[in-house]
Write a new protein. Structure first.
Length: 493
């Protein structure tokens, strides 16, 4: 007789009926080697025949979802299982193996184990043919050790994957989905990566998008043109499960901002050379970035949608939640207050004025004096652009001096001057683009950037605050003093 049957309670000569529910889970299975939900369900039905005292009351199944601490998606059925356990609706749960429940010891300790122990729930593990009685602390400890082993295995797997990714970064190998415009080649014998090359068909579309956008065509006209011509979208081209039926302006933006088309690899913001051919030149790419930085291509909030400067932007220093806008009990005074727990609150008018003043002063100083704290790799490019601008300006001054000294004719000035002025203007614009975060490009061109910030639309102000600054409201005392109770920090772009 198995150990599981030894642990089954018997009252009055008959087995006690147990409210039983299985929990099935499988992570993403690309190669068909994992035990599927249907396979787990089949094993459960076999166990039900062996244990007639089990009363099947429900089942829970999460398919293609990880249970490790590195998981990025919620498990809806797991959450439902925890709720039913906490409500005392189950006597037993069935698992194919312990790791199906969770690979995260913290989740098990905080959410699962308390509910199992409070109601003495039993867990039958098919692979071990063992019933763990959580009314027995030794059994609970044995099961906890199995969960810890599963977590350690998950950590080892994550470490191996990270080492492989770092190796690929150093060697310049591509990663993730195949970018639109490229095709990858693999060795048919072992599946090893060989190369990533330009796709003859889609690479022409990528180049067309860059050239048209750099020339001033809008994102929507480009997207509409591609749709009307019947050009398959990127998701259609790669055969994705969910496919866009038409090209969208956001698709155009996503393409022209990717450094992959320069033959470069972007790994969490760190750009390094890739081992595949570039589809566009640096000059064409830079022109597209200048187009993207224009206000009409920025996703600023609509004026009608933005009513308050700091709502959902300023954070509560007590719990970290964002603040919302509301009224004081007098139904007149506008306030900001913690949207989660009501930890902190402050008068809206004083907070808005303080933030506007401080941020305007910061922008004024940063643009005209000290500069922003940007990535070190940009300094060389910024210096080169400044030198080009200074050289063009100096050549223009010499040109005018030569003309005044009658060393050259007016015709020569008319021929040469426009090119020098445009070269200087382009180089100065590049300095702004490289040294000033994108949301501030237009503001930085003004004679007084701080005053310009205060004058722009509320939606633009909110976008700048959201992208470039961290604003925190701390607990005010009896009297609110924004200098003491609001902190503003520039977030490195």
């Amino acid at each position: 007789m198995s150990r599981a049957r030894d642990l089954t309670r018997v009252v009055g000569g008959r087995p006690v009926r147990h409210r039983m529910a299985p929990y099935y889970r499988v992570s993403q299975d690309r190669y068909g080697k994992l035990k599927s939900v249907n396979d787990q369900r089949y094993d459960y039905e076999l166990d039900r025949v062996a244990f007639p005292e089990w009363e099947h009351v429900d089942e829970y199944a999460d398919n293609s979802i990880s249970a490790s601490e590195y998981a990025t998606k919620d498990r809806p059925e797991f959450l439902r299982l925890i709720a039913d356990l906490a409500a005392g609706n189950l006597d037993m749960i069935w698992l194919w193996e312990p790791s199906r429940l969770t690979r995260d010891m913290r989740t098990f300790t905080n959410d699962v184990r308390p509910a199992l122990m409070e109601f003495g729930v039993r867990v039958y593990v098919h692979n071990y043919e063992r019933l763990f009685n959580f009314g027995n602390r030794r059994h609970a400890g044995d099961f906890s050790k199995l969960i810890l082993e599963s977590e350690n295995a998950s950590v080892d797997t994550s470490d191996r994957v990270n080492r492989g990714v770092q190796s690929d970064v150093r060697s310049g190998k591509p990663h993730g989905k195949v970018p639109y415009g490229y095709v990858r080649h693999y060795d048919p014998r072992n599946g090893e990566f060989i190369s990533q090359d330009a796709d003859p068909e889609t690479s022409r579309i990528v180049i067309e998008i860059f050239e048209r956008f750099a020339a001033g065509d809008g994102r929507r006209p480009i997207a509409t043109s591609l749709t009307n011509r019947g050009i398959p979208t990127p998701s259609q081209n790669r055969g994705a499960k969910k496919q866009a039926e038409q090209w969208y302006p956001t698709t155009i933006s996503n393409i022209v901002k990717r450094v992959v088309y320069l033959g470069q690899r972007d790994h969490y913001g760190v750009v390094s050379p890739g081992n595949w051919p570039a589809l566009v030149t640096h000059e064409l790419f830079e022109r597209c970035q200048r187009q993207l930085a224009k206000p009409e291509n920025q996703k600023f909030a609509r004026p009608s949608a933005a009513k308050h400067l700091l709502s959902n932007i300023m954070a509560c220093g007590g719990c970290g939640s964002s603040v919302s806008a509301g009224l004081r009990q007098d139904k007149v005074t506008k306030m900001y207050y913690c949207s989660a727990k009501g930890c902190h609150r402050c008068p809206m008018v004083e907070a808005d004025e303080f933030v506007l003043m401080e941020v305007a002063n910061y922008i004024r100083r940063a643009v005209t004096e000290t500069g922003f704290d940007l990535a070190p790799d940009l300094s060389v490019r910024i210096t080169a652009a400044r030198e080009r601008a200074a050289k063009a300006r100096e050549e223009h001054r010499e040109l005018i001096a030569d003309y005044k000294a009658k060393a050259i004719s007016r015709a020569v000035v008319k021929e040469v001057e426009p090119g020098l002025l445009q070269e200087a203007k382009d180089a100065e614009a590049e300095v702004i683009r490289l040294s000033v975060p994108a949301p501030l490009h237009k503001i930085a061109e003004d004679a007084d950037p701080g005053a310009k910030f205060r004058a722009v639309d509320l939606g633009v102000q909110r976008q700048i605050l959201k992208e470039l600054f961290s604003i925190v409201l701390h607990r005010p005392g009896r009297h609110f003093d924004p200098e003491l109770h609001i902190t503003i920090e520039y977030v490195k772009s």
